[in-house]
Design a protein around this ligand. Structure first.
Ligand SMILES: *Cc1c(COP(=O)(O)O)cnc(C)c1O
Length: 469
């Protein structure tokens, strides 16, 4: 399978090249040159496969000519071996027509593990083959960084440096990062906020001399290989409810539009999905866009669901490219307008295309607390704040007729409630308990680097500590 850029000036290139570059050289994002498509019979034949074998089947067309289905299954089996549920992504029935897809059974108890554990193996395989060494540099507000350090620790071909804002991540998130004590794994506390961390990463990626010298790579959700493994659980959960004969809808708590774009990919691959519900917190740039056809950036307002405190959804560019008929120069010009003016608008024809599949809902912090409380009381299920934003949207989509009540909605639970214990305790009066494999987390030894919010300081740290090829 070949990959092209959403801005039309890079590619085609193969899967492993797209994997290692992350961001296209023209500033765009990579997408497969065409969507592989499964027939109904092929989808029906996926029933009963193990999660790892299903992963191999779904991802094989995207890696055609480079990695076989059998090899992908083996990589997935290895990636998910330490997950604490045999189903990997279990589906739990909430009521007559809503099901919760639990995506918190990996080592850092948020859905980022599903992609990151696979990505680490894919990186290792590609770099080893080319006898190369890479440095992964990322900024995190919590979940991505812990998933990346956990997944890449101890891999000889890669050193990973994760910048996080000093004192601004939750205690559980911080300990998950700092308790990874392994060669080549560095949790870096930056004296600044998340925007400072992101700006530092950007500065170092734009320093081409440094970038080439250390073979810098990115694992944030703009990397196509982050999205690919996420398509698998859309298939596994829909199959569990009777796909392809039974249609389903999904409600997806959304920040960077990565997870929900994986749902879009599943639709393109032939999975019968009635509707994708985009669920946002009070940072509601996406609901405002789906209502009015204008994407307009505002300031980020901190919320109880911090992993969705985002105004610029970086993966939205992929949907934009699709909605514009895969016209790279039009996509580039819209993204240029957005960068310079902070907004862009799409015409009614293009928006009609978006509305055929997507609906969007927002929920503020008070609503989030109320949703956690009522779901705990009436349904006996304790959700984290991100998952509650998604479930509230699912309930409203049935209630207002957006999704017919005879179509089940699968609502994605993106983190374990213990990862966001303060909000959950406020709502339910009880502190959620960490799963057994993490019970001792808060007493594990810590190791971290501390730097000023200064590009030269981060550069010096990377050069001093990185291992070589
Ligand atoms: C990352 C994250 C999200 C947002 O996912 P996107 O792919 O960025 O839309 C939602 N919830 C949790 C718990 C997350 O960690």
């Amino acid at each position: 399978m070949d990959y092209i850029s959403t801005r039309g000036q890079d590619g085609p290139l193969g899967f492993e090249q797209a994997l290692l570059s992350g961001l296209a050289r023209d500033g765009g994002l990579y997408l497969p040159v065409e969507w592989p498509r499964f027939s109904s019979d092929e989808i029906a034949a996926m029933r009963g496969l193990s999660y790892a074998d299903l992963a191999g089947r779904i991802m094989a067309p995207f890696c055609d000519g480079e990695i076989s289905a059998a090899e992908l299954s083996a990589m997935a089996a290895d990636a998910y071996a330490a997950f604490d549920h045999p189903a990997i992504a279990p589906l739990v029935q909430l009521n007559d027509n809503i099901h919760i897809l639990e995506l918190f059974h990996g080592p850092t108890i948020a859905f980022k593990d599903y992609a990151m554990q696979f990505l680490a193996r894919a990186f290792d395989r590609a770099l080893a083959k080319m006898n190369q060494h890479a440095v992964i540099l990322g900024a995190t507000s919590g979940d991505t960084g812990s998933a990346a350090l956990e997944a890449f620790q101890g891999r000889k071909s890669v050193d990973v440096f994760i910048l996080f804002p000093d004192g601004r991540v939750s205690p559980v998130q911080q300990r998950q990062m700092t308790s990874v004590i392994a060669d080549g794994a560095f949790a870096v506390s930056v004296k600044g906020d998340f925007d400072d961390c992101q700006a530092l990463v950007k500065t170092l990626f734009n320093d081409h001399q440094f970038r080439d010298a250390v073979n810098l790579s990115a694992v944030n959700s703009i990397n196509w290989a982050r999205l690919m493994p996420q398509i698998v659980y859309y298939f596994s959960s829909a199959l569990a409810l009777g796909a392809p004969e039974q249609k389903v809808a999904f409600s997806v708590p959304t920040g960077n539009f990565g997870n929900v774009f994986a749902g879009y990919a599943a639709v393109q691959m032939g999975l019968p999905i009635e509707r994708l519900i985009v669920a946002s917190n009070q940072n509601d740039i996406l609901p405002r866009f789906f209502e009015a056809g204008t994407m307009a950036r505002e300031a980020v307002v901190p919320s109880l669901s911090p992993s969705m405190d985002i105004q610029v959804s970086s993966n939205f560019e992929r949907l934009l490219f699709e909605l514009l008929g895969r016209d790279g120069s039009r996509t580039a010009s819209v993204m240029h307008d957005f960068a310079t003016t902070g907004q862009f608008s799409l015409n009614n024809d293009v928006m009609a295309g978006a509305h055929r599949l997507f609906s969007a809902y927002r929920l503020d912090d008070a609503g989030t607390i109320a949703e956690i409380a009522t779901t705990a009381k009436n349904d006996g299920m304790v959700l984290d704040p991100h998952s509650a934003v998604g479930l509230s949207a699912a309930r409203r989509a049935h209630a207002d007729g957006t999704v017919p009540t005879d179509i089940p909605i699968i609502s994605l639970a993106c983190a374990h409630p213990a990862k966001f214990e303060t909000a959950v305790e406020t709502a339910t009066g009880e502190k959620p308990v960490l799963p057994p494999h993490m019970a001792d987390l808060m007493t594990r030894p810590e190791q971290m680097q501390t730097v000023a919010a200064d590009a030269d300081a981060v550069k010096a740290l990377v050069l001093a500590r990185k291992r070589s090829a």
